[in-house]
Design a protein around this ligand. Structure first.
Ligand SMILES: [Zn+2]
Length: 265
């Protein structure tokens, strides 16, 4: 198998029910990816069934979005790092039903969304009252100058067919000096090592890539971003009891927590 990013040699890593994962052997790449990728019609079926099953915002879903309290903590700590977010124009890329944009609006940002799923797009438009584009082509057709101060891909990059190409496109909608915030899974985390194919980031068939620090940094740089830095917000998860909170803090300290966050410009 040839690495989809660097064309180096990739070897089989895991056999999943829906695909096989491969890991690039090149020392400066290490990209892990699904091949074959789930087809468009099958992906649409899974998104409809497991992410956005109804036209209102009430039915429970198999893959829940990030909890509101976590989004709020992330945005407030982003503000502590970057300065005031008030008035900043945000592109919430892969906004789903709009939970990030809704809280961003509360905090004074001016959000817009990009979301291919029509049900989720309708809900996020109605609940946040923002423009939500179906695709980059639609955003491009608006013929706007580079206009966003901040683009967020929150647990989205692993769903993209070719993330480095999409990032190059996204970059054109950022104003000079604008920031990109990306969060995704961390394949070097303890849970991935213990649970292997049962780990939720592997078992989710809509994930087409599986990142660690090295491969995520490489993809971000190939997407045209230069200042690529890991960012570690201190998050308290509402469902964590004291023991789990302590474990989470320890695993974050040692770089083996479930998720990665990167800030780029
Ligand atoms: Zn590679």
């Amino acid at each position: 198998m040839i690495c989809l990013l660097c064309r180096g040699k990739a070897v089989q890593h895991l056999q999943l029910p829906h695909t096989t994962t491969w890991r690039c052997r090149a020392s400066n790449c290490g990209l892990e990816f699904a091949s074959p990728q789930v087809r468009d019609d099958e992906l649409r079926r899974i998104y409809t069934a497991s992410y956005y099953p109804s036209t209102d915002n009430t039915r429970p879903v198999e893959y829940e979005p990030t909890d509101d309290s976590v989004v709020r903590q992330v945005l407030l700590q982003l503000e502590a790092s970057l300065g005031s977010l008030k008035g900043l124009r945000l592109l919430d890329y892969g906004c789903g039903r709009g939970p990030i944009s809704r809280i961003a609006l509360e905090l004074g940002l001016v959000p817009a969304g990009m979301e291919p799923d029509p049900v989720a797009r309708g809900i996020s438009k109605a609940s946040v009252g923002m423009s939500v584009y179906a695709s980059l082509e639609e955003l491009r057709s608006q013929d706007l100058p580079p206009q966003f101060d901040l683009v967020i891909l929150w647990n989205v990059i692993e769903h993209l067919r070719q993330p480095w190409s999409e990032l190059q496109e996204i970059r054109r909608f950022l104003r000079p000096g604008g920031r990109l915030l990306v969060s995704t899974m961390n394949t070097r985390c303890l849970r991935a090592r213990i649970e292997s194919t049962r780990w939720e980031s592997y078992s989710n068939p809509t994930h087409l890539y599986y990142f660690d620090r090295g491969s995520l940094e490489r993809v971000l740089r190939c997407g045209g971003f230069h200042r690529v830095q890991e960012w570690k917000p201190k998050i308290r998860y509402p469902h964590h009891g004291a023991a789990r909170r302590y474990f989470y803090e320890l695993s974050t300290m040692f770089g083996v927590s479930d998720g990665l966050c990167y800030l780029c410009s």
